[in-house]
Write a protein that binds this ligand. Structure first.
Ligand code: CP
Length: 312
């Protein structure tokens, strides 16, 4: 594998899950693999879990991680081709990506969507520019439309906690005060479509996700109906895709409660707003897998880095 920028880069999710479980059992088994190799983690946006778990994954493989908050600390980067750079962007991605490639054997990038320009977001301008102009492999640490490290983590977590052969998994929208991206939901959907699960989506009308991603997955506009016999309820807010980036609905009746999910396990990528997205009574019990999910971020990232290192 050269780059890891999408769940579609996973050829066989079951073998990846098995490998991730093995890494979790012996995290330092391949500590020589990344010796004298450097990974650069470039953040255009905030992070807690991705930033720390990807560094931890690199360290478990013997790599040297270097981290930069690009938006705050680097020169403003221009991505347009042929732009007259007489504005506030001092450096072009052509030079930036080429330069960082000389310092790093792998470059990992986080760059969120605008949520105002659908075409620009769907073009994955930042991630694709790094793929085009860097000479080393690129890892997606959450881009405009996908968060494949999170999606792999979630697949691993469901595989670890499933009590039946084909569990029912529900992805449910929940309210939020801000406009949030579609990336986590998109990658979760793509991961579930690769797994042997009964998978459905629940969201209010006006919040259907990109049909090129949801494909044949059933979409319910009635949360209670979707939650029937669920083994896992994966919750995430996203802003409207149809009315791109808008928050047209903050209906608190879509908040996740203990009564609604019953015996199902609750999942969320974090960070989560308590008593807006989900009530305390869910998060403060064994029903919640969120801390285990965050732990699994390390092993999902470690698996991806291992596969790339083996191919360098
Ligand atoms: N889940 C996740 O990506 O967390 P961070 O935004 O804190 O990295």
């Amino acid at each position: 594998m050269k780059h890891y920028t999408s769940i579609e880069d996973i050829e066989d999710i079951n073998s990846w899950i098995a490998e991730a479980k093995a890494l979790k059992g012996s995290p330092l088994k391949h500590v020589e693999l990344g010796k004298n190799k450097t990974i650069g983690l470039l953040f255009f946006n905030s992070s807690l879990r991705t930033r720390l778990s990807t560094q931890k994954a690199a360290l478990n493989l013997g790599m040297n991680p270097i981290v930069m908050n690009v938006s705050g600390d680097a020169w403003g980067i221009e991505f347009g081709d042929g732009t007259v750079m007489n504005g506030n962007k001092a450096e072009h991605i052509k030079e930036a990506a080429a330069v960082v490639s000389q310092y790093c054997d792998i470059i990992a990038v986080r760059a969120f969507p605008t949520l105002t320009d659908k075409a620009k977001d769907e073009s994955e301008q930042v991630m694709n520019a790094f793929k085009k102009y860097a000479s080393v492999p690129i890892v997606n640490m959450e881009s405009a439309t996908g968060h494949p490290l999170q999606g792999l983590t979630d697949a691993l977590t469901i595989a670890e906690h499933a009590k039946v052969d084909r569990p029912k998994v529900v992805l449910s929208w929940a309210p939020h005060i801000k406009a949030l991206p579609h990336a986590v939901a998109n990658s979760f959907i793509q991961a579930m479509q690769k797994m042997d699960v009964e998978f459905v989506i629940a969201n209010p009308e006006g919040y259907d996700l990109n049909r090129e991603i949801t494909k044949e997955t059933p979409v319910y506009h009635n949360q209670e109906e979707a939650f029937k016999d669920a083994d896992f309820v994966y919750t995430k807010n996203w802003s409207s895709y149809e009315d791109y980036g808008k928050v047209n609905n903050t209906d608190p009746s879509w908040m996740i409660t203990k009564d609604k999910i019953g015996k199902a396990k609750f999942m969320h990528c974090l960070p989560v707003r308590r008593n807006v997205v989900v009530e305390d009574a869910v998060l403060d019990t064994d029903s919640a897998l969120v801390i285990e999910q965050a732990n699994n971020r390390t092993y999902a990232a470690q698996l991806v880095l291992k596969k790339i290192l083996e191919n360098l």
